[in-house]
Design a protein. Structure first.
Length: 538
């Protein structure tokens, strides 16, 4: 059991959490939720012993083994599978000792290492590491590649695999689905359901939380409240709690007014003095129930396109890929006004290749791409966020797009994207990942596109911003092609699905649950790894 008693946590001058009293029982799977900046990651740091509480106690069981995902991965020459295997420090140390003993031809030491491996169930460690890599989307031929060969997003997956490899009693996961695609998320969900220890997880993916959590820990305005149930259950319970709180507040305010009126009327009258005094005491004893304060909701939007032709973009018998590497063949895919298409497919099957081909970023290997003269693309990819200019503000970015536009018009527009007041003039250098993603979407929306091509737009976005994005996309009048691991967003926005697999793009007649069943029944084939191999070092 993990117990917080009168716990308070400060970061710098800011008091993040105070007066926390709660207990988390062994085996619970707890989703930790709350607005950005409320203290979720700081709470994890306190559990890890990286920060000291400002007040109170945090009690952890003795010899508690804690696993968490490292924030950075050094550029190592080690093979990926060895890096993951090193998460199990005991097995890794014995395997290294065995290798050294073999090299020295010290057969007694080799025999001792074999005995130790048998005692700690270490003989299947390499196979377990391989399964973790496979589940998170690494093709078999990449397992021996050096860690330094992998791009940033793939290194995040390596860190996650290493944490899962580590024997632990408590697993701390901070946004584990970022940089994963849908099938890796589905695999991770199933893996975590079998995890025997206690799980604490920060996530902005509500379907992921609903699929896993037995409890929800909500951090809000310096307080923490533990709810039984998944995220949807938490939302219902919290809504009911707020309703009852508002009723209690209104009832108390009416009683206060009634008591105060009596006191004001009779406090100077001798015959009523005792009654007035008793009401003064009663007034002092009222609990002081707080009114429910409405949280400011984010509202964003994509303006109506200036022009919206019916037939917008079409690929005719297209072969797509990278250089001599063909990823997709004979693609016949078209976009018309009002289309809302979700792209599904296993890791590395070619979803991003298809999107880049639609954008025109990749030259065609064969076939034809035809676009209407009035086509206006809005393209979001992970590199979109990375391409924001350091040393510039949101207004500076808009000025590059629309020179000559009045500053006040920029300010009004950015305010609608939650960059209100002076935030519009702050440098993006200090922005969080979620703020950068929000700004990137705002820059896309400014251009009034009639086609949105969105490749994992929700990485780093919090739950509230994801809901706002879902509403904005639902109201958008143009066409949408969406690749996302967020099943909630995909389910709300997309009306049809296309499956990218085995080098082909075909209409998928089913929903997300049917796709998950297809994925489990099919397994992952090596033929769907061309794009993943091409993107490793991207």
């Amino acid at each position: 059991m993990i117990a917080f008693r009168n716990f308070a946590l400060r970061r710098g001058e800011r008091l993040l959490l105070s007066d926390i009293d709660l207990a988390l029982h062994a085996g619970a799977r707890v989703g930790v939720v709350g607005r950005n900046g409320c203290g979720k990651s700081s709470l994890f740091a306190a559990i890890m012993g990286e920060v000291e509480p400002d007040r109170g106690d945090l009690d952890l069981p003795g010899r508690l083994r804690i696993a968490s995902v490292a924030q950075e991965t050094p550029s190592l020459p080690d093979p990926a599978i060895d890096f993951v295997l090193s998460g199990d420090t005991e097995v890794h140390a014995v395997l290294r000792a065995e290798a050294a003993a073999m090299a020295a031809e010290d057969w007694d030491a080799v025999a001792a290492a074999h005995q130790t491996l048998a005692e700690i169930n270490g003989y299947d460690a390499t196979a377990r590491a391989g399964r973790l890599l496979h589940g998170l989307g690494f093709a078999a031929d990449t397992h021996e590649r050096p860690v330094s060969d992998f791009s940033g997003g793939w290194r995040v997956r390596l860190n996650l695999a290493r944490a899962l490899m580590m024997p632990s009693d408590l697993l701390l996961l901070d946004e584990p689905t970022n940089h994963l695609d849908l099938d890796a998320v589905l695999w991770l969900e199933q893996w975590l359901l079998k995890y025997p220890g206690t799980l604490l997880m920060i996530s902005h993916d509500r379907e992921f939380l609903d699929g896993l959590c037995t409890h929800t820990l909500h951090l809000h305005e310096g307080r923490a409240k533990l709810y039984t149930g998944d995220y949807t259950s938490f939302e219902r319970q919290r809504a009911e709690h707020l309703r009852l709180q508002q009723i209690a507040f209104e009832k108390e305010q009416a009683e206060r007014a009634h008591l105060q009126a009596f006191i004001d009327r009779f406090k100077a009258k001798a015959s009523k003095a005792k009654q007035a005094q008793s009401r003064v005491k009663r007034l002092a004893k009222l609990t002081g129930t707080e009114a429910v304060r409405a949280e400011r909701q984010i509202r964003i939007g994509f303006a109506e396109p200036v022009k919206l032709p019916h037939s917008l973009l079409r690929l005719n018998h297209v072969d797509a890929g990278y250089g001599d590497l063909r990823v997709l063949g004979d693609v016949r895919f078209g976009l018309e006004a009002g289309d809302r298409i979700g792209l599904l497919g296993p890791n590395g099957a070619g979803k991003s290749t298809l999107v880049k081909t639609l954008v025109g970023e990749l030259p065609l290997l064969a076939g034809e791409r035809t676009a209407h003269p009035d086509l206006q693309l809005g393209y979001f990819a992970q590199h979109t966020v990375e391409s924001l200019h350091e040393g510039q503000s949101p207004i500076d970015h808009l000025r590059e797009i629309a020179p000559g536009t009045a500053t006040q018009e920029f300010r009004d527009y950015l305010g609608r994207w939650n960059f209100a007041g002076n935030r519009a003039f702050e440098l993006v250098d200090g922005f969080s990942g979620g703020e950068r993603a929000r700004l990137a979407l705002a820059l896309i929306a400014w251009r009034k596109p009639n086609v949105l091509l969105l490749d994992e737009p929700t990485n780093h976005l919090d739950l509230e911003m994801r809901e706002a994005l879902a509403e904005a996309l639902s109201d958008f009048g143009g066409a949408i092609v969406l690749v996302s691991h967020d099943r909630h967003l995909t389910g709300l926005v997309c009306e049809t699905f296309w499956r990218v697999a085995d080098g082909h793009v075909d209409a998928f007649d089913g929903d997300l649950d049917e796709y998950a069943a297809w994925l489990r029944a099919r397994g992952t084939r090596s033929g769907d790894r061309a794009e993943a191999a091409a993107s490793i070092a991207a």
